[in-house]
Design a protein around this ligand. Structure first.
Ligand code: FAD
Ligand code: NAI
Length: 472
């Protein structure tokens, strides 16, 4: 029950995985809760234009490729002539989004959370106006606690205007009405590789232009190299240590000017579609943070303490808008923790154990420290096991990739686990649980794993830390 002074105990701004989860947990804890969002549907970036629609396109395009490239035929599945029905693929994507966003609506109703539709901006530290900023219409509400969960949006590349037709961001790239003959992706990070995979599988020639000397910054060095090799084998072209300086659209063609990252001779690349995926930036504009005295840091993020309190009492922040990896599961866990802290309980997120997954095929995943980071902290032992030696992966004709366990040389405690294989996104969960419980590599090595599973590769990589894997 909110006190008479306030309309709500908790007002959450943003209904993405951070915000909607915070709202549900707050309501579960008996707090009178509202959640404001400027979109027409709940679920934020993740459900509407991020995690879910991208995974729908990845799944559909994978099935198409398997039918098309002879993978299914090898297993005795004769599909006859395979044709792509892109319209149907998009319809299935939209169905997934609709089902899940409506699911959140149902959960809001079930938990008696008020959904305030519109853009939210602060009037003061406990007062927010929610409405349409262009007309000034809206409703003003007071809340004892306000959680900023406004997420992030696409970083623009100066001088390259996104038209969502030929020069697109991730949202445009989910919705292309035709398979482009040639696609250039600017940025070899998670979005570039996932959405590049979708359109490559559907028939596009894909070139990735990456500023750094390797794809996937932040990932373990071995994994980055192996991912590059595997994706190249699939048909990706990588232009590393290269920057784009200009993009010009003439009719249906975009001409990009690129040059070495360090500067040097320029050349041009032509493409039917250019995807700009060079990162995302926190959404703080339009919140009128100046009215409450919150100043974002140099990266535009709102700083908080470990309980997700900002510098202003009663205002909290979680998800993509605060420092840390921009991941839906991190936002969700912070959503639970912030609500528990508001309710006077102890909400904690272990920032050292946040898994990261790239949903290419094979999948690429990691948790904890990379080998490079671990070596900076002291002596380490490494165990590596190739998927080629895992019976299930071999049987399934999925030989690419490996599992790597990084352990402290003295204590044997697992510091990080990195892997590439067809089910890495699922398998990394086991590594996260082990690390959360402070496991040693020996703990994983002596845990009985079902046979035949891909997970046995994690056990064998852990055994390899002490030099004793069985199958290599
Ligand atoms: P968001 O999901 O961004 O939600 C914030 C919400 O707040 C939005 O709906 C926004 O419209 C609203 N909002 C902003 N400002 C205001 C305001 N002033 N008033 C009212 N409402 C406001 N992460 C993963 O972990 N796994 C994946 O597979 C994955 N895939 C992705 C694929 C793509 C193409 C993209 C773009 C992202 C992907 N992500 C993925 C990242 C993930 O979507 C984000 O980390 C996650 O959505 C962040 O959650 P959030 O709650 O902080 O913010
Ligand atoms: P990213 O940070 O993953 O990758 C951006 C890439 O662009 C980097 O490799 C960077 O070096 C490169 N780059 C930056 N400026 C450049 C320039 N001018 N020219 C060429 N290359 C340049 O960002 P991305 O892929 O846009 O994704 C944004 C966020 O969304 C990520 O932080 C990620 O956490 C999240 N996301 C997560 C997914 C998942 O968990 N599976 C899927 C998609 C997105």
């Amino acid at each position: 029950m909110a006190s008479e002074q306030y309309d709500f105990d908790v007002l959450v701004i943003g209904a993405g995985p951070g915000g909607y989860v915070a709202a549900i947990r707050a309501a579960q804890l008996g707090l009178k809760t509202a959640c404001a969002d400027s979109r027409d549907t709940l679920g934020g970036t993740c459900l509407n234009v991020g995690c879910i629609p991208s995974k729908a396109m990845l799944h559909g395009s994978e099935l198409y490729e398997e039918a098309h490239d002879g993978t299914l035929a090898k297993w005795g599945v004769d599909t006859g002539t395979v044709k792509l029905d892109l319209g149907q693929l998009h319809a299935t994507r939209l169905e997934a989004v609709k089902g899940l966003t409506q699911g959140i609506e149902f959960l809001f109703k079930k938990n008696k959370i008020e959904w305030l539709k519109g853009h939210a901006s602060f009037e003061s530290a406990d007062t927010v106006k929610v409405g349409d900023p262009s007309t000034g219409s809206g409703r003003t509400v007071r809340a004892k606690n306000i959680v900023i969960a406004t997420g992030s949006s696409v970083t623009q590349l100066p001088g390259i205007a996104i038209d969502q037709e030929r020069i697109v961001d991730s949202t445009g790239a989910l919705e292309l009405a035709q398979v482009p003959k040639r696609m250039v992706v600017i940025g070899g990070g998670v979005i570039g590789l996932e959405l590049g995979s979708v359109w490559r599988r559907l028939g596009a020639e894909v070139t990735v232009v990456e500023f750094l000397d390797q794809i996937l910054p932040g990932f373990d060095g071995d994994v980055r190299k192996e991912a590059n090799k595997i994706l190249k084998k699939q048909g990706f072209e990588f232009r590393l240590s290269t920057k784009v300086t200009k993009a010009e659209r003439k009719g249906d063609t975009v001409t990009l000017t690129v040059e070495p990252a360090e500067g040097g001779k320029a050349e041009t690349l032509e493409a039917a579609v250019v995807l700009v995926s060079i990162g995302r930036k926190p959404n703080t504009e339009g919140l009128a943070l100046d009215k409450v005295g919150i100043e974002p840091n140099k990266r535009g993020q709102i700083e908080t303490d470990h309980q997700f309190r900002t510098a202003v009492p009663g205002i909290w922040a979680i998800g993509d808008v605060i420092p840390g990896p921009m991941l839906a599961h991190k936002a969700e866990d912070e959503g639970i923790a912030v609500a528990e802290n508001i309710a006077g309980e102890t909400g904690i997120v272990n920032e050292n154990v946040i898994p990261s997954v790239v949903y290419t095929m094979p999948e690429i995943a990691g948790v904890g420290l990379t080998e490079e980071e671990a070596r900076e902290g002291g002596e380490v032992k490494i165990g590596k096991f190739p998927m080629l030696a895992n019976s299930r992966a071999k049987t399934n004709r999925e030989p690419d990739g490996f599992v790597k366990v990084i352990a402290d040389a003295k204590t044997d405690r697992v510091l990080g686990v990195w892997m590439i294989n067809s089910v890495a996104g699922t398998m990394i969960g086991e590594a996260a649980v082990a690390m959360e419980f402070g496991a040693t590599s020996e703990d994983i090595a002596y845990t009985c794993h079902a046979h035949p599973t891909h997970e046995e590769a994690l056990k064998e990589a852990a055994m390899a830390v002490t030099g004793k894997p069985i199958h290599i």
